[in-house]
Design a binder for this molecule. Structure first.
Ligand SMILES: [Zn+2]
Ligand SMILES: [Zn+2]
Length: 283
């Protein structure tokens, strides 16, 4: 058996999140969410929304104007740290938590407890909630300071935020990203108190609160019992929050169920040539 290979140079999801945050923010643009693209222009008010040019910025303004001033005010009450920067940290936190197998076990216990209660636990997820950017940064720092005891290969579900880059053309298995190198950590006894205070006290099992962008993920997790939704929520100025979510997998890394769920956002496309090669066998 060949051991799974992963590249040391493989970037962690927080890095690819940054690249995504650096791409054009206008959904109608070809450079929208393009990891290999760095937009040069940023919204001058919130300093968080990147665009290719004035035309993209203008086209996105009707959507962006609703939260631009909130983002700008949030930065001003958080020592000038932009929401874009906080989002990179949110992705980082998920990556760090994913690399704490013992803690993931504890979260699984929570999830299983609620799932076993049927309707009461239906549509639930685990959520970190931070009242300000500093609390988020403290949580990240706490875990970063824990010793790494091993590395494990990690692959996220195709189409999920931590999966790595799936090319837009979506060609098939050859397009699946190489596993990322996930550092595994656990806290030393001397770090336990800080961990409880800065990380564990911020987490709770949360019922489905009808957040629209969470629904698809919750449905997938309801169908695949080997994963649950982990969300990070950070308070902005006023009553607004910014959220990010991803999946935690039972075996650390995603293992595709067979056959793959039909509603997965990632569609396998078999090329006609590949189909001929395997003589009609399903691949
Ligand atoms: Zn653009
Ligand atoms: Zn703005």
């Amino acid at each position: 058996m060949e051991p799974e290979k992963y590249s040391d140079k493989e970037r962690e999801p927080a890095r690819s999140m940054k690249r995504l945050i650096d791409s054009c923010s206008f959904p109608g643009c070809d450079n929208f969410y393009r990891p290999d693209f760095k937009a040069k222009l940023k919204c001058s008010q919130c300093k968080s929304m990147p665009y290719c040019n004035k035309a993209c910025q203008k086209a996105h303004w009707p959507t962006h104007k609703e939260f631009c001033s909130t983002w700008a005010e949030t930065a001003s009450i958080n020592s000038g740290i932009t929401v874009a920067k906080a989002k990179v940290k949110m992705a980082k936190l998920m990556w760090l938590v994913r690399g704490m197998p013992d803690y993931c076990e504890e979260m699984w216990d929570q999830v299983n407890h609620w799932r076993s209660r049927g309707a009461e636990g239906k549509g639930g997820f685990i959520e970190f909630y931070f009242e300000n950017f500093q609390q988020l940064f403290d949580a990240v720092e706490t875990i970063e300071n824990m010793p790494i005891f091993a590395y494990a290969p990690f692959v996220g579900m195709p189409g999920s935020p931590s999966c790595g880059s799936i090319r837009h053309s979506g060609g098939g298995p050859q397009d699946l990203p190489k596993p990322l190198k996930l550092p595994l950590r656990r806290y030393l006894n001397s770090q336990k108190e800080r961990f409880l205070k800065t990380v564990h006290e911020r987490v709770a099992f949360t019922q489905n609160d009808e957040r629209p962008n969470l629904q698809m993920a919750l449905k997938l997790a309801e169908r695949n019992k080997d994963m649950f939704v982990l969300s990070v929520s950070v308070q902005l100025k006023g009553t607004y929050c910014t959220h990010m979510h991803d999946f935690i997998y039972r075996h650390l890394s995603y293992e595709p169920p067979l056959p793959p769920p039909a509603s997965s956002s990632y569609q396998w496309q078999k090329s006609p040539r590949a189909a001929r090669h395997v003589g009609g066998r399903r691949v």
